[in-house]
Design a protein around this ligand. Structure first.
Ligand code: NOJ
Length: 877
């Protein structure tokens, strides 16, 4: 079956659609377009100056030149859902004794595996604002993937960016700011790939909510009128400055693969949108690796491949046995619909990234995957999709990949990700002696062990106890889980304190007694979210509101009515509404943590008792009013095609609050410390005079030579006689008959289709991540930071830039453009340093289709949050 060619590229003209809550004076959506862009740029064009990439492409070309058409098809195609050990498996090359690639989730650790570490989520790593720790976390996760024999780790996740506070998967990324996502994403790519495991940057692009991301999934939730995936309608400037920005940084760090997303972008599907795949990723941002589909996100054959998709996963429509590549790709190339060079390019890109990262070296050391995604049994069906007809064998070797180092890093991220929101009269840290605490009560379900254990049925799709992970493919099976009650009790008992607890969710006599007769209550409240395929208590991925679950608001308020000293602990994947109790005088302290992984309980106890001075910062804004957040699109319109208009444009998270002059409860970057800190002595020095425009990129060169054509005789594409298929659903490169390979009339190529490769770079292109000058440092900023309080600890210094006022390129009052974390003993000082890159001062100019720096005065703010900027300086450009 050939995929339908439907590159629906919508130019949304004058689409001034009012957001549900916000009135936009000026919608940017007249620039929301996805015009056709062909052909798909060849990999290996821009690598003349980079020996490692050049050599990887040379090896890849040599390797691919030796492959038959069917072997090339196997390199690019998944073998089908649950047909191999990993969540994604590509075809083997038996002649070369080379197994296909194993691709496995994901961003929090090795999914579906035993003897691994359950790391804190990306958003918790983001909350640490600690670059070394972000790198170390990624490296430790990748080492475990490597130890399990995985080739491609499906992370980091920087999409969703976090535009929607209630978005189900915002916890997988690093926080609601493209700069934070970009720096953390790039460090994670480096941490992962330094271990010989390929990173996968996902989900490209504008994948901000779960509702309607896929059609069948949501029809299954009774949205029977749904006819197609949600379209994220986003203007060109916003696409560059917010959504593509983190991907540019990850490409600059040489990420080997990118996952295109389920949603449409401007009404063209994420995995067949030639504008975002061919143009922005492969041409403008110079992406040399390969583009793989999210699971079942490929919805056409030829159209997707021409638009720049290089690999189809899992290879069929989630166990249906019908797919868009494998045998269909053989057909497309044999009948000439997809040019042979495109298939060569797909295979070469995959193999070049493979050599670039050193996956071959890892394979020599570790061998094939030694774990099994589909069961923890030692022996099981080898083809889990069809266990009845499958041979059995050893599937799990139960290799322990957890190390002291990985535990230490997981623990440190959990600790450093905790944010102290409120601390009246030094309630925290708890000091039983000096505070005369003899009795402590732990209240709220969020402190408890779930009756379903640490790993409820699958992928953490439950929420009956401590929240240490969101749910979905980004979750892992915890090897153990430190429970807050146990850890707090242990710590308190050691200091001679009596401990009571109550986890009821409606006020009862025992709850009230426990709340009343203690010297201090530690009251937990949680909320949870996850990926769209799991529905937890009516939450289908995206949260339904910003309230706490399990009646926690009422329980917290009741405790505050009964006792004068209540410390609230919130565990949540994103912002929650704190307004019902935050100002209550008996709520003396509040700490907040995003999913903290297996050390969640321990980290919370250590912060409460002062073993660790909190240094986390909010990676998003907590509003006072839920209507201040960008809403989730929850309704299907009459035509069945939901539209998500990004009317807010570049004004995402704190940018919007600042623009509209709305006061949040706690702003992006906010977080207290047990100590007191002082910034002084701001210095800004020019490293290189920034030009206002980018010079023309250097010439493209003729880096690429195509591989000689080697189309086989059609008879060689037919299943060999007496071939024994492992099961009817398994994806093979062969077809049933030669007739299947014949052309069936003219193929309706999309508008703008061409096979002429460009001879020059785009104005914003020329290097990994875009024009090389974008990544050059132009200013160095330094400031002095002093720990003036009684506690040792870490502190995050943040740099925001205010651009010159402009009608042509209006910008938010402040945008994060640097962060640094330092550890200082009480009384110590140190210098914090930030590098401002050319790109950090630029805006995307839609007319010239490149970045520019506007002349004028730029404000440089250094301080403690997006609203507390203790130091300010100006530079004139
Ligand atoms: C779908 C998810 O969106 C993606 O993040 C994940 O990597 C794949 N499933 C594979 O599990």
């Amino acid at each position: 079956m050939l995929g339908t060619v439907l590159v629906i590229w919508g130019m949304l003209t004058a689409a001034v659609v009012l957001g549900q809550q916000q009135q936009w004076d000026q919608s940017p959506l007249e620039h929301a377009w996805s015009p056709p862009y062909y052909p798909s740029p060849l990999g290996g064009r821009r690598v003349q100056d980079d020996d490692k990439w050049r050599q990887s492409f040379e090896r890849a070309r040599e390797f691919v030149a030796d492959l038959s058409l069917l072997e090339k098809v196997n390199v690019t195609s998944g073998i089908g859902w649950m047909q191999g050990k990993c969540v994604g498996n590509t075809g083997d090359l038996p002649r070369l004794n080379q197994p296909g690639l194993c691709l496995q989730d994901g961003p929090l650790g090795v999914r579906f595996a035993d003897f691994i570490t359950g790391f804190p989520a990306g958003i918790t790593a983001g909350s640490t604002f600690n670059k070394d720790l972000i790198y170390d976390r990624a490296a430790e996760i990748a080492k475990q993937h490597r130890g399990k024999g995985i080739d491609v780790m499906l992370g980091p996740c920087t999409g969703p960016v976090g535009t929607k506070a209630l978005g189900g998967r915002i916890w997988e990324g690093f926080g609601a700011d493209p700069y934070l996502q970009g720096i953390a994403g790039a460090l994670s790519v480096e941490g992962i790939q330094d271990q010989g495991v390929m990173a996968n940057a996902k989900h490209y692009i504008a994948n901000e909510q779960e509702h309607f991301r896929q059609t069948a999934e949501w029809q299954g939730y009774n949205f029977t009128d749904l006819k197609g995936q949600l379209s994220s309608n986003v203007d060109d400037r916003t696409l560059h400055e917010i959504y593509a920005w983190p991907f540019a940084d990850m490409i600059h760090s040489n990420v080997g693969s990118i996952m295109c997303s389920y949603n449409k972008i401007n009404n063209s599907l994420g995995c067949q949108n030639s504008y975002v795949l061919n143009k922005i990723a492969k041409d403008e941002m110079g992406f040399e690796g390969f583009m793989l589909s999210d699971w079942n996100a490929q919805q056409s054959g030829v159209a997707s491949i021409l638009a720049g998709l290089d690999m189809n996963l899992p290879g069929d429509e989630m166990g249906q046995g019908t797919g868009y590549m494998a045998s269909n790709l053989t057909t497309m190339v044999m009948n000439g619909t997809v040019p042979e060079w495109r298939l060569n390019d797909m295979a070469v890109r995959i193999m070049a990234a493979y050599y670039y990262v050193g996956v071959d070296v890892k394979r020599e050391e570790i061998g094939e995957p030694n774990f099994y995604s589909w069961s923890h049994n030692t022996t099981d069906a080898l083809y889990a999709i069809d266990p009845e007809n499958s041979p059995y064998g050893v599937v799990n070797e139960h290799v322990n990949v957890e190390t002291e180092e990985s535990r230490d890093v997981a623990h440190r991220v959990a600790l450093e990700g905790i944010v102290l929101l409120k601390n009246e009269n030094c309630t925290l840290p708890i000091n039983p002696q000096s505070q005369s605490i003899r009795q402590l009560s732990v209240l709220g379900l969020g402190a408890a062990a779930s009756p379903q254990g640490p790993n409820c049925p699958s992928d953490q799709g439950c929420s009956e106890g401590v929240m240490a992970s969101g749910w979905g493919s980004g979750a892992v099976d915890f090897p153990f889980l430190k429970i807050p009650l146990d850890e707090i009790a242990r710590r308190a008992i050691d200091e001679g304190v009596n401990v009571n607890w109550n986890f009821e969710t409606t006020p009862s006599e025992p709850y009230e007694k426990a709340a009343t007769y203690s010297d201090v209550n530690v009251v937990f409240g949680l909320s949870d979210s996850g990926e769209g395929y799991i529905n937890v208590d009516g939450t289908m991925g995206d949260r339904n509101n910003a309230s706490l679950w399990h009646n926690a608001d009422q329980m917290i308020k009741r405790a505050a009515e009964l006792n004068s000293n209540n410390i609230v602990v919130i565990t949540s994947p994103g912002p929650v509404n704190l307004e019902r109790w935050i100002d209550h005088p008996n709520i003396t302290a509040v700490i907040f943590t995003t999913p903290g992984g297996q050390y969640t309980g321990q980290a919370i106890a250590e912060v409460l008792f002062g073993d660790h001075n909190p240094s986390g910062r909010l990676p998003f804004t907590i509003a006072k009013n839920d209507d201040d957040y960008i809403p989730i699109v929850r309704d299907v319109p009459e035509d069945g095609l939901p539209q998500d208009n990004f009317d807010e444009g570049i004004y995402v998270d704190y940018r919007l609050f600042d623009k509209l002059g709305k006061t949040p409860r706690y702003e992006f970057g906010y977080g207290l410390s047990y100590s007191q800190w002082k910034f002084s002595n701001l210095q800004v020095s020019q490293v290189k005079k920034p030009s206002k425009t980018l010079p023309p990129p250097k010439s493209l060169g003729s880096g690429y030579k195509d591989i000689d054509s080697n189309l086989p005789d059609p008879s060689e594409c037919v299943f060999p006689e007496d071939f024994d298929r492992v099961n009817p659903l398994f994806q093979y490169p062969w077809v049933n008959t030669t007739e299947q390979l014949e052309p069936h009339g003219e193929y309706p190529y999309p508008d703008g289709y061409s096979t002429e490769q460009p001879t020059s770079y785009l104005p914003a292109g020329g290097g990994p991540g875009g024009h090389p000058q974008l990544f050059e440092n132009v200013y160095k900023v330094k400031a002095q930071l002093t720990n003036k309080g009684p506690y040792d600890g870490g502190y995050v210094a943040q740099l925001y830039v205010g651009y010159p006022e402009s009608n042509e390129y209006p910008t938010p009052p402040r945008q994060l453009r640097g962060f640094d974390k330092v550890d200082l003993a009480s009384g110590e000082s140190d210098t914090v340093e930030f590098d401002l890159r050319w790109k950090d001062l630029s805006v995307w100019d839609t007319n010239s289709q490149t970045w520019i720096i506007q002349p004028g005065t730029y404000k440089i703010y250094v301080g403690s949050s997006s609203r507390t900027c203790e130091l300010v300086a100006s530079i004139n450009i």
